[in-house]
Ligand binder design. Structure first.
Ligand code: NAG
Ligand code: NAG
Ligand code: NAG
Ligand code: NAG
Length: 164
């Protein structure tokens, strides 16, 4: 009985954790390719097939000896100007949160890499304030009432176990 109770509680806590785990999704830049230089992999085409919303995280994974990440202006992006930048990341496992509906420009500033290792990504207006994702409004709508049922149930089970 006690272990059933404990299991129920764990499940309830798990559901709660999953729901409160933040709204943004993680998007690994380049997918399996990650963030590297490969003339056969076009990051602009990857970005065109990728949808991001405000609150999402762009995850850049790379060997930090060989690469870095910079956000730059459109002009710097077009000309591969590496003399300055807006922001730079260089840990090799960077999480870059998308803050607003605008177009972001990213490149690697290591010599010669910008030719292939860059992309811009447009964050469409209206993607803000649509927490989980526009594609799954019903999932969140149906999960929340379910949470309301799971938690009180586990509390009841706990209470009754305590009284036995
Ligand atoms: C990558 O693809 C975009 C869009 O098709 C194209 O404009 C660009 O020239 C390509 N980049 C390279 C390095 O081929
Ligand atoms: C990163 O790249 C450097 C130089 O190319 C290499 O010596 C090192 O082993 C690489 N590190 C990892 C974790 O692959
Ligand atoms: C979003 O804002 C945070 C905090 O200022 C910043 O660290 C992050 O780099 C910004 N995201 C982008 C893509 O610039
Ligand atoms: C989502 O909900 C809307 C209205 O509540 C409904 O019209 C739509 O068919 C639902 N979509 C799915 C995938 O269940």
């Amino acid at each position: 009985m006690a272990s059933t109770t404990f299991t129920t509680l764990l499940i309830a806590l798990g559901v709660l954790a999953a729901l409160s785990g933040g709204y943004g999704k993680d998007v690994i830049v380049g997918g399996d390719q990650q963030w590297t230089i490969d003339p056969t992999f076009n990051y602009s085409e990857w970005a065109m097939q990728t949808t991001v919303a405000v609150g999402d995280n762009l995850i850049f994974k790379y060997n930090s000896t060989d690469h870095n990440v910079r956000s730059v202006t459109a002009a710097q992006y077009e000309s591969c100007d590496t003399t300055s930048y807006i922001q730079q990341w260089e840990t090799g496992d960077d999480s870059v949160v998308i803050n607003s509906t605008s177009t972001y420009y990213f490149l690697c500033s290591k010599p010669g890499h910008c030719l292939y290792q860059k992309f811009s990504i447009a964050v469409p207006a209206g993607s803000a304030d649509s927490p989980p994702q526009a594609e799954t409004p019903n999932a969140s709508n149906s999960l929340l009432p379910r949470l309301g049922g799971v938690l009180p149930l586990s509390v009841l089970v706990l209470l009754s176990a305590g009284f036995l």
